[in-house]
Design a protein around this ligand. Sequence first.
Ligand code: IPE
Ligand code: IPE
Ligand code: MG
Length: 238
Amino acid sequence: MVSRMPKHVGIIMDGNGRWGKANALTRSQGHYAGVQAMEKVIDASIAFDIEVLTLYAFSSENWSRSKEEVNYLMRLPIRFFKQKLPEFIRRNVKILISGNIDGLPAATKKVLMRAIEETKKNTGLIVNFAFNYGGRAEIIRAVQQVIREMREQKLELNEELIGRYLYTSGLPDPDLIIRTGGEQRLSNFLLWQSAMTELYFSDVYFPDFGEEHLREALYEYQQRKAIYEFADVYPSAR
Ligand code: IPE
Ligand code: IPE
Ligand code: MG
């Protein structure tokens, strides 16, 4: 029987700003609370034996927010990794970044590069932060590299070739994408990779999202897989 546990889970961590407002706090305080929820989700992912967790933390569209909010979001990784990197190293967590790192402020880029470098030999949970990430830009970038490659050698243009030049090269496609905060869209997240992905939407604002909510999403995923498998064995039940 195939394993029904998703190997790769993506989370669109949405609703931080509204959580702040609902709790008479600022949007930035909402983002800070979101980081704390993220830590819990990472812990739970280790406990659930998930292999890859991709967390959508900053989209290429998010630059259009107020200068104050963008500045805050650019500084959050600095604070986060200062506190958490030694623990990630110790707990065998491997950090990856999907997104345009070169387009980030120098201090943010530095801290992300360091997190990647210092965890590159780790073999446990992969936490892949989608930061300054946009799915369409990622595909354009991949196609540009494919064109360059094809000028030099004869290659067949296929899905594998495109996949090799995406930020997620080497990772399995996400089995499950969860979006918190009540909106039901992808907002430019993993467009190519989500072709076959199960989508799960939760009304909970991300700062309130915890192990129990993740467990519910995984349970729903497993239920869906069980139904598909049943239909494979008993096609008449489709
Ligand atoms: C998601 O929360 C986090 C980021 C986009 C960085 P939002 O900031 O989008 O929160 P809402 O959707 O405005 O509540
Ligand atoms: C998606 O949320 C991006 C992240 C969670 C980082 P947004 O709040 O930015 O997306 P839209 O604006 O609702 O599409
Ligand atoms: Mg939002």
